[in-house]
Design a protein around this ligand. Structure first.
Ligand SMILES: [Zn+2]
Length: 381
């Protein structure tokens, strides 16, 4: 029940990080799912669709569809546990600290090729064909300048000069729209057919910013075996046979409330799903980002929330009896099935807006972690 979607920007694009204040505004480097959701709803209503129609109700009101974030060429944000050489950048091996932190390995080792300090890569990466090989994604951003206009004279207002960072035009953003069931998919397709294929997104629309062309194709869901294979590989790399571990890496911002309805960034297995309640957090590389928006229905700004940052990475684990191989295999199969479901539906709150998009047992925690352990052995020899 998935549509693979592609947005191509036909003019520069400025997506606000938070409510605009001051004379210099920044832009997000990806298109959040909730911005796409709002733009598709607007295009549908402008082409004569009605908010009371069954398709609108099913897609937007009953939240039958998740609008996931769209990123340059379908790239993923770097895990917050990833490290790169500060001198050799892409040429020297990457490292990942998620497993290293849980197993008590040294975290502050320098680059094994040139001894330079390791630092956290910014932005996005794309997995390449080779297992464990990745490429950092270039983000092209420019700055637009304009003066304020005096509404009485319709001329330039002296002393008010604004600058706004934008993503350049002619960029591709890829992502997914995930329908809960066949009826929601059918409703989504009729919403998209009625709406226009040109959408407007972000700020500066009256100055021509934010024009994007929208295309979609039927997509394939992740196979359950793929999650099982990643889970096995992560556990093999972790190396302790009396443990079952899994990781959760966020591709989008994620929202979890604690019992006082405050945003939380520390998670346990039970926060992801009740079926994972006996898993404790062994290692967490996390951060928070501010998030606000505009409530079109109320005509009011939404309150600002501090969400878990895209790229936040967690390792969860649980002890199992060392000599009961069957029991461990059964537990791995059970966890793989839960994680497969969570990858499809997301975790946390406000899933329809694309928050809580996660990858279970991302290859990069064990492929890059392996480079780290080889490094450690070389250092110890
Ligand atoms: Zn280096």
């Amino acid at each position: 029940m998935i549509l693979e979607t592609r947005l191509t920007s036909e003019s520069p694009l400025a997506i606000s990080v938070r409510r605009g204040a001051g004379f210099s505004l920044d832009t997000l480097h990806h298109i959040p799912g909730n911005a796409i959701r709002g733009a598709i709803a607007q295009a549908y209503l402008e082409s004569g669709g009605s908010v009371t129609s069954s398709e609108f109700q099913r897609v937007f009101v009953a939240e039958g569809v998740r609008f996931q974030d769209h990123r340059s060429d379908g790239a993923r944000p770097w895990p917050l546990s990833a490290r790169q050489c500060s001198q050799g950048l892409e040429k020297h091996p990457y490292r990942d600290l998620l497993l290293a932190a849980a197993t008590g390995r040294r975290l502050l080792e320098p680059c094994r090729w040139c001894e330079a300090k390791m630092e956290r890569p910014q932005g996005f990466y794309l997995p390449l064909g080779q297992v464990g090989e990745v490429r950092a994604v270039e983000i092209s951003v420019e700055r637009q300048m304009h003066s304020a206009v005096d509404p009485r004279r319709l001329s330039v207002l002296p002393g008010q000069f604004h600058s706004s960072r934008t993503r350049k035009a002619a960029q591709n953003f890829e992502g997914r729209l995930v329908a809960k069931d066949a009826d929601s998919l059918e409703a989504l397709e009729s919403v998209l057919e009625r709406g226009k294929s040109e959408l407007t997104l972000g700020r500066g629309r009256t100055r021509g910013l934010g024009q994007v062309r929208f295309r979609y194709d039927a997509g394939e869901p992740t196979r359950p075996e793929s999650v099982r294979e990643r889970l096995q590989a992560l556990n093999a790399e972790f190396g302790l046979t009396d443990w079952v571990v899994f990781s959760c890496t966020f591709c989008s911002a994620a929202l979890f409330y604690d019992e006082w309805l405050r945003c939380q960034s520390q998670l346990s297995g039970g926060d992801l799903d009740p079926h994972l309640a006996d898993y404790e957090c062994l290692s967490a590389w996390t951060g928070q980002v501010p998030w606000s928006g505009w409530h079109a229905g109320a005509g009011l700004p939404r309150p600002e929330l501090w969400m878990i940052a895209p790229g936040a990475s967690y390792l969860f684990g649980r002890r199992v009896a060392r000599d009961r191989v069957d029991e461990r295999e059964q537990e791995l199969a059970r966890v793989a099935a839960v994680l497969h479901r969570l990858e499809q539906q997301g975790v946390g709150e406000r899933l329809a807006e694309g928050f809580g998009e996660m990858i279970a047992c991302s290859e990069y925690h064990y492929e890059l972690g392996r480079a780290g352990s080889a490094d450690r052995q070389a250092g110890g020899a």
